[in-house]
Design a protein around this ligand. Structure first.
Ligand code: SF4
Length: 388
């Protein structure tokens, strides 16, 4: 692949595939503890190190990394000594050092958060934690198949701060069957009483054949959830900078911004997806741990299952999808045809788009830009269908 010849990747994603148990709504590649063999963790570590080595030797890493994201799965189940061996491989091919300005995020779940272990992660260089809380109501946590309860989640959040992390994000779900607006308000109140810098709130989505699908709230109720979240979080001083994401003190998720701004990223681990913006190409690793590990460790080959070059039409659609999801919106001149201009005017009248500048003066959003309103964020699919 030509992308191997260029040092274009300043953002890396590492996928850790193990979890305590499989949540009922999860469609990420992850393996619950009950299905994990004793040797799987070391098989994974060796394969991941090999993948970093193959990529590192081909010269694709930028010398200075902007962002690293350890996702999964549950990376916080990985012992710090194993994490240290993985990072040591990255240090060989980049100028990466702890606290050199790289945003270095680890996803964590409340079930695997210990003070000593988190102090060690911090010392290794990880400087941002994204914790999967999802709900603070025990019966909802149990419907979702989560292994923690409310008190566990709040204690875990305390532990993360006590371990020295100051840039901490939490994840919540909305649109959970039986979840009321008061439930959501109470969850956000409790989480924002901690000095969290960021909150991601995703609408629970399930395929039609899922046993909980029939219990999901209807479109009208979902809209109420999303508008309440926007209002509450903005009152708490967070910027609603992306459809599902809120940041305090402008500490937006830099790694995710690379995805949302169409930048290049290289992803490691089973099922991981990468993107080369210079080649407009996406590629994906095998989603089976054993196939992934065999390809690397026995065949010394990259574990790529498929790659695709994006067509002009796909790129055009992607351009609109990315522009609508961020509060910075898009420049007016993107509305190239009279038909597009008319459609945009209609969306402005319906309150889904606005030309008003953002209130935050630190951001350059001249009025020559058009952006989604909170209602537009909630109904972004409709905007994209109309404009793209
Ligand atoms: S903890 Fe996250 S990755 Fe693991 S099963 Fe649950 S939702 Fe999936």
């Amino acid at each position: 692949m030509n992308s191997e010849a260029k040092a274009e990747y300043a953002s890396l994603y590492l996928h850790f595939p193990f979890c305590e148990s499989k949540c009922h709504y999860c469609d990420f590649y992850s393996i619950g503890r009950e299905k994990t063999a004793a040797s799987d963790a070391s098989t994974f570590e060796k394969a991941l190190i090999k993948e970093i080595e193959l990529r590192g030797k081909s010269g694709v890493f930028a010398t200075t990394l902007e962002t690293i994201f350890l996702g999964g799965g549950t990376p916080s189940m990985t012992p710090p000594d194993s994490m240290a061996r993985i990072f040591a491989e990255l240090f060989k091919y980049t100028a990466l050092k702890p606290d050199d300005g790289t945003e270095w995020t680890m996803e964590a779940n409340p079930s695997s958060i210990e003070l000593d272990q988190f102090k060690q992660y911090r010392a290794l260089g990880i400087n941002r934690v994204s914790m999967g809380v999802q709900s603070l109501k025990n019966d909802h946590l149990s419907i979702l198949g989560r292994v923690h309860d409310e008190s566990h989640a709040l204690r875990a959040l305390d532990t993360v701060f006590n371990a020295g992390f100051t840039n901490v994000s939490t994840d919540l779900l909305c649109g959970v069957p039986g979840q009321s607006l008061d439930d959501l308000r109470s969850h956000m109140e409790k989480l924002t009483s901690f000095p969290i810098t960021h909150l991601s709130i995703y609408l629970l989505t399930l395929p039609p054949h899922h046993k909980m699908y029939k219990d999901l709230p209807n479109d009208e109720e979902q809209l109420k959830h999303l508008l309440l979240i926007d209002e509450f979080m903005r009152e708490k001083g967070f910027r609603h900078y992306e459809i599902s994401n809120f940041a305090r003190n402008n500490l937006r998720a830099r790694h995710n911004l690379v995805y949302w701004q169409g930048g290049s990223y290289l992803a490691f681990g089973p099922s991981a997806h990468s993107y080369s913006s210079s080649e407009r190409k996406r590629f994906k690793n095998y989603s089976s741990l054993h196939k992934y590990a065999r390809t690397l460790s026995e065949e010394s080959k990259l574990p790529i299952e498929w790659e695709e070059s994006l067509t002009t039409d796909q790129l055009e659609l992607e351009k609109w999808m990315l522009a609508i999801r961020l509060d910075e919106g898009f420049p007016k001149h993107w509305l190239a045809t009279d038909a597009q201009k008319k459609k945009a005017e209609m969306l402005i009248k319906e309150g889904l788009l606005t030309q008003a500048a953002l209130n935050d003066h630190s951001i350059n959003t001249a009025s020559e830009r058009i952006r989604a309103t909170p209602k537009g964020f909630a109904l972004s699919d409709a905007i994209i269908k109309t404009l793209a």
